[in-house]
Ligand binder design. Structure first.
Ligand code: ZN
Length: 242
């Protein structure tokens, strides 16, 4: 993986405009990981994918993360600042995971982008959970015999979900938050894929505005303006009175 140039990041943003959340993350990583075909990226576990996204985010916008989180009790919008390193988890999900529950022995793989994309249109959370489990189930045995997925009890799903989450911890970043206003404490999920994309959208709008300003002032082409370093672009923007 490598850092993206300004034109490459802008290109990924443009391609992602017409794509769903899972697809545009693959577009972004595909631009940064030319050594990996898109199909291989789609088969990374969500934790492996998010580890790459954290690195790419660090290379693109720095290691400091600033976000706003509304307090679920009083509604106050809290400023949350942390470093990418604070949410980075060591270790990668194993390709397969054995899980024993009651009289069943299961073999599962961690969820990947193809699973998330396949389930995106399913409105029922419960059904989505069952479908994800069935997609990730490699095999299930009971007393040495094959056990069809639909015969497995809810307890097997719960245990399997817990084991899979533990085996791929980077896929589920949770932050401990305390409200400075009312004292409420809770855990909030930090979704690097959604967060990074929102940042890229804001960045792209700013860059395009800057191109517009400089092109209008100096008659330069988009390509020439995007090739400027941020410091020079800023200096010319100031001289152009922007
Ligand atoms: Zn509060």
């Amino acid at each position: 993986m490598r850092a993206l140039s300004v034109p490459e990041l802008l290109g990924a943003w443009e391609s992602g405009l017409t794509q769903g959340p899972v697809e545009r993350v693959l577009t972004l990583l595909g631009a940064a990981c030319p050594e990996l075909p898109r199909d291989s990226l789609a088969l990374l576990s969500i934790g492996q994918r998010d580890a790459r996204l954290l690195t790419l985010r660090e290379w693109t916008f720095g290691s400091r993360v600033d976000s706003l989180v509304p307090c679920p009790r009083c509604g106050e919008r809290l400023e949350l600042t942390f470093n990418v390193a604070d949410v980075r988890v060591d270790g990668e999900a194993p390709p397969e995971l054995p899980v024993a529950v009651a009289e069943y022995v299961l073999r599962l793989r961690p969820p990947n982008s193809t699973d998330i994309a396949a389930l995106a249109a399913e409105p029922s959370v419960e059904r989505k959970r069952r479908l994800l489990f069935e997609r990730c189930l490699i095999e299930a045995h009971r007393d040495g015999q094959d056990a069809p997925p639909e015969t497995l009890p809810a307890e097997a799903l719960d245990t399997a979900a817990r084991h899979m989450a533990e085996a791929d911890p980077q896929a589920d970043i949770q932050l401990d938050i305390a409200c400075s206003h009312c004292g409420e404490r809770w855990r909030s999920v930090f979704d690097i894929a959604a967060f990074f994309w929102i940042e890229i959208e804001a960045w792209a709008c700013r860059i395009l505005r800057e191109v517009h300003t400089l092109a209008s002032a100096y008659g330069w082409s988009e390509r020439d303006i995007l090739a400027l370093t941020p410091a020079r672009r800023q200096a010319y923007l100031e001289m152009a009175g922007a």
